[in-house]
Design a binder for this molecule. Sequence first.
Ligand code: AMP
Length: 414
Amino acid sequence: MKVCVVGSGGREHALAVVLARHHEVVVTPGNPGIPGSLDAPPTEVDADLHVIGPEAPLVAGLADELRADGRLVFGPGADGAHLEGSKAWMKDVLVDAGVPTARHGTFDAAEPAFAFLDSLDGLYVVKTDGLAAGKGVLVTSDLAEARSAVTDYLSGEAFGDAGRTVVIEEGLTGPELSVLAVCDGHRAVALPAAQDFKRAGDGDAGPNTGGMGAYSPVPTAGADVVAMVMDDAVAPTLEALRARGIDYRGVLYAGLMLTPSGPKVLEYNVRFGDPETQVVLPRLTSDLGELLAGAAEGSLGAAPTVDDGAAVTVVCAAEGYPRSVRTGDPIDGLDAARGVAGVSVFCAGVAAGPDGGLVTAGGRVLAVTGQGADLAQARSRAYEAVGHVSWPGLHHRNDIAAAAVADLDATGPR
Ligand code: AMP
């Protein structure tokens, strides 16, 4: 099969590498660090299967356009992608479907929003309704800060039109979990669970980012937790979408919090997570292309099989990320990093340099994934490889999967 992956980041690089175990793969537009990158619009690439990576083209209806042209596509149409395009609509679907989620209200005026904030219990969450590049969520215990965010969002000052409607939620607490479900419109199968790290700094300090690392499996979320998420969240959501006439064929990525009263859905994304993809997909032992093609055809095959080991990915970011970043710095040490056993380096914000090498070209530059027999080995391989990579201003977290490894050391595998 020839597969066309749409997108240009580390997620798409990981998709391409894992699909290429069994299939011919091209990536559009890709980037100079992804083999098979092709400078052609997705509509002009002939392939047996198109796999769309990022949310923006999904929300804009690329899957519909390709399907109208008779292509086989993995990725929801604009109707299903609205789950990520509007948090207010997503919450309506969750409530209709009876999926456990944080109590919320949707507002386009300040006074009722302030009144709702007053009704909450000391942890306030304010979100833009629309897409805000992963930055439109404020979680705070400071009521004044929450109120001022509401004012800034609603005025359009903070996030333009994306913030003119806000979703306010009660704050939940607990460890977070990402479950990526592959859906064929009716049925869904889970990929192995992962945990990502959203904050820029060690110990969850600093600003929110697109994600600074991830690991899989998650020892505290075994098969029982994943099965609960599939039964109590993903299946009823697919049914609620079907009741709205939406044939959802793509990834439904549930961002969950494991609260003391059980798993609750914080959000749905309509595509593979980045950087979760860089740890989840390398662990597959079955054919990813066959899985995605089955889902795209509306007839999902067997559940994927997964190795017994573990994967840890560490994102190497450019100076300044997640604020304004410096670009154009030459990236050194890629070959040495790739030479570490069990390591894959996925390229995201990179461009071709003058001497045939790569230079930094975005905030998140590389995701360095280590695989091993367990989380400890995967983690040490990932960090050994990260140690080989350099450019001025490179920064990364030092504590990806550290707590999970320490817990396992203390308690043994669950
Ligand atoms: P979202 O884009 O909705 O996933 O939110 C981004 C991040 O904000 C999540 O990964 C959580 O860390 C945090 N968050 C979102 N909603 C809540 C909530 N209701 N309670 C506590 N934290 C939340």
